[in-house]
Design a protein around this ligand. Structure first.
Ligand code: LLP
Length: 419
């Protein structure tokens, strides 16, 4: 459930009229509901209340520091994948002992920053990375807590671009090589082996792939414990899907009912890395119709948001439902492509979509845009990145301002020979 609902014919976020926000901040903008964010976080967290665990929100899904602050305040930790995400998490007041760091390409500078920040653990993805972590830790005179990311070779049954748990993917160490990886980690002086990690993909709408992957990992934990390794943390990654259109993914409670018994048996503290399921349906992208046109019988609705603002439809062919901010009950339905101003045919937010006959200047809401929306946005076509707004009750707050033209060229310089 989320807090974007019609009151009469007008779409609201909690108790605030979206039209009123648009009047003040202009369009396009991302809009998040505090209530939905908090409820989603707590629904996930409480589903696993009976096992020792930490919910480490996947920062890549939405990295706005105001949102991170909400989750930190609810007792959440963070799953990070770069020094930049570490900086954001710390800036939001995260407890470093609730930060886990994944990714196949951590640089030495990033490893150093994470060690100095005393994060809970690295989820290491290769033996070369283990050597790098060991060397940097030795240099700093500290011990690095490490889990190995094991690739369980499980089909997450999701979009190929967001599936990560097959052995053909770049992620983790195969189950066949994992034992050797653990022996190597144990032999390194500045590494303290504390856990095991897996993450098989994103937008997973069934419980089966989670259970299958867990079974593989759990048989490994027994082997590792047999080797005398102290596996305290089992990090099962993220990946739980949401409803964009007609998917019916399990509620966190249903997932918990299936996997908690398996998790409990391990005696480990369980780490979860949910992203999308917390923020996906807690955010929308509000955009305005600039023009409409027909061409050879095809309808185009040209809006002021584009693929640089929300790349998911262009990149993955993702479906985002599109709602009018003001419902006009007697408007006809049309079939149209909703497109942005960017000079690419791939710049669309919806294709062949049945929509109310939206007129010039009407506001529309691109739903389920809270995850991998703003974080994947860019300045392509030198478009300014849009503001992010947070609603709480009857108030709204700008949590990231709209960029301006100076922002666009802030980091650029004309070399002397061209002046
Ligand atoms: N943990 C790790 C190690 C991950 O790589 C990811 C996502 C997560 C957790 C969070 O997964 P979630 O709970 O959000 O499914 N840009 C794509 C999604 C890419 C996901 C990358 N990794 C999209 O827009 O669908």
């Amino acid at each position: 459930m989320h807090d974007f609902q019609y009151k009469g014919n007008e779409l609201y976020c909690e108790d605030v009229s979206i039209k009123e926000i648009a009047k003040e901040v202009g369009t396009p903008f991302y809009l998040y509901s505090y209530n939905t964010l908090k409820n989603h976080f707590n629904a996930f967290n409480s589903a696993f209340a009976d096992i020792p665990h930490i919910v480490c929100f996947a920062v890549k899904a939405n990295s706005n520091i105001a949102l991170l602050k909400i989750f930190a305040g609810e007792g959440g930790g963070f799953d990070i994948v770069s020094g930049g995400e570490l900086y954001r998490a710390l800036g939001a007041g995260a407890d470093p002992q609730k930060i886990v760091y994944a990714g196949v390409g951590k640089t030495r500078e990033e490893i150093r920053y994470a060690l100095k920040s005393n994060i809970l653990m690295f989820n290491a993805e290769s033996s070369q990375e283990l050597f790098a972590i060991d060397e940097v830790a030795e240099d700093l005179g500290v011990k690095a807590r490490v889990a190995l990311r094991v690739n369980p070779d499980i089909d997450a049954r999701t979009h190929p671009y967001i599936s990560t748990g097959l052995k053909s993917h770049k992620f983790g160490i195969s189950t066949g090589d994992a034992l050797e990886g653990y022996r190597l980690a144990r032999s390194l002086k500045s590494i303290d082996v504390v856990g095991i990690h897996k993450h098989i993909g994103s937008q997973i709408t069934q419980t089966r792939p989670f259970v299958d992957a867990l079974e593989r990992i759990i048989s490994m934990i027994d082997t590792l414990k047999g080797e005398g390794l102290n596996i305290k943390y089992l990090d099962i990654g993220g990946g739980l899907g949401i409803t964009y259109k007609d998917e019916s993914p399990p509620h966190p409670k249903e997932l918990a009912a299936e996997i908690s018994p398996i998790l409990k048996e391990t005696g480990c503290t369980i780490i979860f890395e949910p992203g999308r399921v917390i923020v996906g349906n807690a955010g929308i992208l509000v955009t305005k119709v600039l023009y409409t046109k027909q061409s050879e019988g095809k309808n185009f609705v040209i809006v002021d948001a584009a693929m640089n603002d929300l790349v998911r439809p262009s990149f993955y062919g993702s479906y985002h439902s599109i709602l009018p901010v003001n419902k006009n009950s007697d408007s006809n339905k049309i079939v149209a492509d909703v497109v942005g101003p960017i000079c690419e045919s791939g710049d669309f937010l919806a294709k062949d979509r049945v929509l109310p006959d939206l007129k010039k200047d009407s506001l529309t809401a691109i739903m389920s845009a809270g995850a991998y929306g703003f974080t994947m946005s860019s300045n392509y076509n030198s478009r300014l990145r849009v503001p992010e707004v947070l609603v709480k009750g009857s108030e709204f707050f700008i949590i990231r301002r709209r960029e301006n033209y100076e922002d666009l060229i802030r980091c650029e310089e004309i070399p002397a020979f061209l002046k």
